[in-house]
Write a protein that binds this ligand. Sequence first.
Ligand code: ZN
Length: 74
Amino acid sequence: MPSGDRHQKKDVEAALKRAEEAGLKVTRKQNGHTWGLVVCCPCNEFHRVNCTPRSTGDEAKKIDNFTRNHGHHA
Ligand SMILES: [Zn+2]
């Protein structure tokens, strides 16, 4: 990911990195409260990443859950 495309919250950024390492696609697509998407191409499913999550730990956990559910076949 280019450095300008990093999430401002460290916890979320770390989870996005884990998603990328698992083979998922991280797309920066700012739109309102949405920072971008974590996409599983084989399933054509995605997780919407909040740019200002109330709890960064919760947002990171949701990304990790998506990574766990989709990392195996990505
Ligand atoms: Zn999948």
